[in-house]
Design a protein. Structure first.
Length: 206
């Protein structure tokens, strides 16, 4: 199945492209995803934990990422399986950056990120490969990724002045982090509630 999504971030294209070069950081923006080893010349060791009610699938597999600096686009491909649930996933994501002009009212530069994902799912999680459900989930996941990407860019562009840096004191190394599971159930129920509200003509409260 193929899904296309787009979102904008209020930063110049060069800054966003530089951010995408931080593979560990970008993977960290993906809900449920993590690297199990440092990237090696574009080769990736990936894990992704997905929760659906009582089912918790921990996918592990290999991937690859390639960048085209001239066109400001790239591709991530990979596959993985979860032995416990018997689920398997294989996919490819192509992303490209485009100048979206200036963002009103601040007049700051903005960048549009286009993403095209082609994937297959087999096993107990295959029930979510139905078009309508997956597309709505994809919108929510894209929104979550966009929010985390914005936070990452804002952090990178924030003033680094702190008491520690002013005193030339090396900050303590960050504690290792583990990706929280991607809770499909937590995404599914709000989506279902939204569908029911639309069906019965219930407008959201202001």
């Amino acid at each position: 199945m193929e899904i296309e999504q787009s979102f904008c971030v209020p930063f110049a294209m060069d800054s966003v492209w530089h951010c995408f070069q931080d593979i560990e950081g970008i993977v960290g923006c993906l809900p449920g995803a993590a690297l199990t080893a440092p990237p090696d010349d574009g080769k990736l060791k990936l894990s992704m934990t997905v929760k659906l009610g009582p089912i918790v699938a921990a996918f592990a597999g290999d991937g690859e990422i390639v960048f085209d600096d001239a066109l400001r686009q790239g591709k991530v491909s990979g596959s993985g399986n979860d032995r416990k649930s018997g689920s398997r996933v294989k996919g490819e994501a192509v992303f490209s950056l485009h100048d979206a002009g200036q963002t009103a009212p601040e007049g700051a530069p903005s960048t549009r990120v286009d993403v095209r994902v082609d994937y297959t799912i087999a096993g107990s999680l295959a029930q979510f490969s139905r078009g309508g459900i997956v597309r709505e989930l994809a919108e929510r996941l894209t929104s979550a990724f966009s929010d985390k990407l914005k936070q990452k860019l804002e952090t990178e562009h924030a003033s680094p002045a702190t008491d520690a840096t002013a005193a030339n004191v090396d900050p303590a190394p960050p504690a290792p982090s583990h990706a929280a599971p991607l809770d499909l159930g937590g995404l599914f129920w709000p989506m279902l509630l939204g569908r029911l509200k639309r069906l019965f003509g219930i407008s959201p409260k202001p």
